[in-house]
Design a protein around this ligand. Structure first.
Ligand code: TYM
Length: 336
């Protein structure tokens, strides 16, 4: 029996943090044996906000190395660079022409990022979810494993695919496959260490708001020591008045691999002075082997070159087949 396919990607805009790890990569690793995985670095997305051209290529390779260091195995997964496959941009153009503008103006992430950019908002930032739809639809995945913040983009992807199928296909012969989001409850929304009501994010100006997957043990310890807590003694999950408490307990639960019940019992009578060293120990135990593997991988650049070359070849075959199907349905003149 052929395996179902999953597809997902991350923007190479700097070191990945615990939100990226727990909301996305950890899930890819856990389910990889059951699926054929296509995982990419969304470098075309990374230029939708002002970026440093000197850092983009390195960031892209570093994210690939992070996927591998976190446990992605090449016997289950194809890893590739989005910009190596022109079909992404080409399909995005075609989807642009059937996507109503007001669908994009409604996107929460656009509104949030546009506020930060002020006058400088690019067309690319508005159009970003259409490119994301192209990324997904090209590979005809069954599932798309992502964190909570991508839910609206996946709903839009489904709407765009349905619109194209309705206009240019038939009920019996849809052109594009409609994908399903795969959002796990735990870790789907990791919050900032500086404010438990805000999402942990690469764009937060404060380094203390996030733990990077590659942070040194000392940096991890410092960030946890300085993270925001509350004045209440005894730790609990799910109290809406204690967002930091819920977030930090959730991190401890996910990084230690324990159940919620076990962690609730373990921490019920603890104060922060006792819990913070425990969380530091758990985080270091989870991340330091990843950091070591990451440096080993980067020390062998030839290996990463091969991974990305092979990935491109395998991914491109699938992407080009879907693109050809769409071009035919839209009525483009075939090349003769
Ligand atoms: P990006 O690069 O912002 O995030 C990558 C993945 O990490 C998840 N994530 C989080 N999960 C839990 N808590 C958080 N605080 C947190 N922050 C980020 C995201 O949900 C995501 O799964 N548009 C995408 C990249 C993309 C993509 C795609 C994803 C481009 N094309 C096609 C899937 C399929 C993005 O910017 O993710």
């Amino acid at each position: 029996m052929t395996k179902q396919r999953i597809l997902s990607g991350i923007q190479p805009t700097g070191d990945l943090h615990l939100g990226n790890y727990l909301g996305a990569i950890r899930n890819w690793v856990e389910i990889q044996e059951q699926y054929d995985s296509y995982l990419f670095m969304a470098d075309l997305h990374a230029i939708t906000v002002p970026h440093d051209p000197k850092a983009l290529a390195d960031n892209t390779r570093n994210v690939a190395a992070t996927y591998l260091a976190c446990g992605i195995k090449l016997e289950h997964a194809t890893i590739f660079v989005q910009s190596h496959i022109p079909a992404h941009a080409e399909l995005a153009w075609m989807l642009n022409c059937i996507t109503p503008l007001n669908w994009l103006e409604r996107m929460i992430q656009f509104k949030e990022k546009a506020i930060k950019q002020g006058e400088d908002v690019s067309v690319g930032l508005l159009d970003y979810p259409v490119l994301q739809a192209a990324d997904i639809l090209l590979y005809e995945p069954d599932q798309v494993p992502v964190g909570e913040d991508q839910k609206q983009h996946l709903e839009l992807t489904r709407d765009i695919a349905q619109r194209l199928n309705y206009r240019f296909g038939s009920e019996k012969q849809p052109i594009l496959k409609i994908p399903t989001p795969l959002i796990r409850k735990e870790g789907a929304r990791v919050m900032s260490l500086a404010d438990g009501t805000k999402k942990m994010s690469k764009s937060d100006p404060s380094e203390l708001s996030r733990i990077s997957v590659l942070d040194s043990n000392d940096t991890i310890a410092t960030k946890i020591k300085k993270c925001k807590t509350d004045p209440t003694r005894g730790l609990e999950f799910g109290n809406p008045d204690r967002p930091e408490c819920n977030n930090l307990l959730t991190l401890h639960m996910l990084l230690s691999g324990q159940t919620q019940e076990a962690v609730a019992a373990e921490c019920a009578d603890m104060g922060w002075g006792q819990f913070k060293p425990l969380l530091t120990e758990t985080t270091i135990a989870a991340l330091s082997p990843i950091r070591e593997r990451y440096h080993e991988i980067l020390n062998d650049p030839g290996y990463l070159d091969t991974v990305l070359r092979d990935g491109k070849e395998k991914a491109e075959t699938i992407a080009n087949a879907t693109l050809a199907k769409v071009k035919q349905a839209l009525g483009f003149a075939p090349m003769v």
